[in-house]
Design a protein around this ligand. Structure first.
Ligand SMILES: [Zn+2]
Length: 134
């Protein structure tokens, strides 16, 4: 995950980014008509129009997927801010206060779970080898 927010919000953010990217592509393509001569400009604009449409379709797909997911995920009450939030997968963040939450008790103490934030500094609570036993 790339942003420190709830997954459902992140999907919406990606949808928005793809939508803006698609629109930008189309505008960029249209500029080709202005700067090139007639035929080349039309090919240029056509190519970017197609690319832009694909990006728009992807964003619609992401929105659709996020919508479908938000109807099927479990809604829980955040232990931190006691608001209702939606949770996707084993580990997710609260939509309101960004607190990390998990439904798996075995990783509950591991605040830097690798599957959740690969780039974050590691805490050796989970990856460490078994404690020495006397
Ligand atoms: Zn919360």
């Amino acid at each position: 995950m790339f942003f420190k927010t709830a997954k459902i919000n992140e999907f919406r953010l990606w949808g928005l980014l793809f939508m803006l990217g698609g629109m930008g592509m189309m505008i960029f393509g249209t500029a080709g008509i202005v700067f090139f001569n007639n035929t080349a400009g039309r090919i240029f604009a056509g190519a970017f129009m197609v690319l832009g449409s694909i990006l728009m379709l992807v964003s619609v797909g992401i929105y659709f997927w996020a919508g479908m997911m938000s109807t099927s995920v479990k809604t829980i009450q955040c232990p931190e801010c006691s608001k209702h939030t939606k949770m996707i997968g084993r580990v997710d963040r609260c939509m309101h206060c960004k607190t990390k939450m998990t439904v798996d008790p075995s990783i509950a103490t591991d605040l830097n779970d690798e599957t959740f934030e690969p780039a974050a500094g590691k805490q050796d609570t989970v990856t460490a080898s078994a404690p020495p036993q006397a």
